[in-house]
Design a protein around this ligand. Structure first.
Ligand SMILES: O=C(O)C(=O)CO
Length: 269
């Protein structure tokens, strides 16, 4: 069994990163529950029918904290659709699918994936498309009681990803001006995009609806060798009175279960 909190912060494994020893997503819910987790996040729930997922989630007594919007053909930039000019229909269809899944799974957070900029000369069209799509998404999310969150992703992890700048994310959230559009702050990406973790966490905290963690640069467990001191980061989240979930979105350095020992190690400081 593993603790489901670290320093009082609630933690949930991302089932598209952890428990990959289980080839089936449905079995990953059971594996997470067996180890003692109370909740999960799932980047791509669409590999299963929503009723199947709902049944397994409920049988395991797990909370579904977050899902992502669907992605398409990455070779066409479709790592999500939110910023893609000319694909507004696919964005809206994907959003409605995500809302349908989230509603059935009683999930209150949807990570809205932005897509890739395949032609840098079209970045202004991406900017306009992104804001317009999020403005259309806000009332749909509000009606469903769901918050859409946008996540700056670093360019090493996803080269060409449209949203890779916190100032842009903040400006878009303020432009859309809806309590149903907020920020997903993944400390793994923050460190590689901007660094300045203490001041950045303080500055962006009012917009933060969800946090994810992984060590930099290898994206392994928080206590593996790397640039970030997660003992400090978790203490800082507590100082800020962060009450949301912390998503474990890292690639286990060995096995999932072996790697989870970091929680005990770090939690005892
Ligand atoms: O790659 C990431 O950090 C994501 O959150 C995609 O789900």
């Amino acid at each position: 069994m593993v603790p489901s909190t670290i320093k009082g912060l609630r933690i949930c494994p991302n089932l598209n990163f952890l428990f990959q020893e289980e080839s089936s997503l449905l079995n990953r819910y059971a594996a997470a529950q067996k180890l003692g987790f109370k909740a999960v996040e799932t980047g791509n729930p669409y590999v299963n029918a929503v009723d199947e997922l709902r049944r397994v989630k409920d049988d395991c007594g797990l909370e579904q904290v977050l899902i992502n919007t669907p992605v398409g053909d990455a070779s066409k930039g479709e790592v999500g659709f939110a910023s893609l000019p000319g694909k507004e229909h696919q964005f809206l269809h994907g959003l409605k699918t995500a809302v349908q899944y989230a509603t059935s799974l009683e999930c209150k957070l949807i990570h809205i994936m932005a897509g890739l900029v395949m032609d840098p000369s079209l970045v202004d069209d991406h900017n306009k498309t992104y804001v317009n799509n999020l403005k259309k998404a806000a009332p749909i999310l509000e009606a469903a009681g769901i918050v859409g969150i946008i996540e700056p992703i670093n360019q090493h992890s996803v080269p060409g990803y449209y949203l890779s700048d916190y100032d842009k994310a903040v400006s878009v959230i303020k432009d859309v001006n809806s309590s149903h559009i907020g920020l997903l702050l993944d400390v793994f990406h923050l460190q590689q995009i901007k660094g300045d973790v203490t001041h950045s966490l303080n500055e962006y905290f009012p917009l933060v609806k969800h946090v994810q963690v992984a060590q930099v640069p290898d994206r392994h467990e928080p206590d593996t060798p790397g640039e970030l001191n997660y003992d400090y980061v978790f203490n800082l989240l507590n100082k800020l009175n962060y009450s949301g979930w912390v998503g474990l979105e890292y690639k286990p350095a060995s096995t999932t279960e072996q790697g989870l020992k970091w929680i005990e190690r770090l939690g005892n400081h």
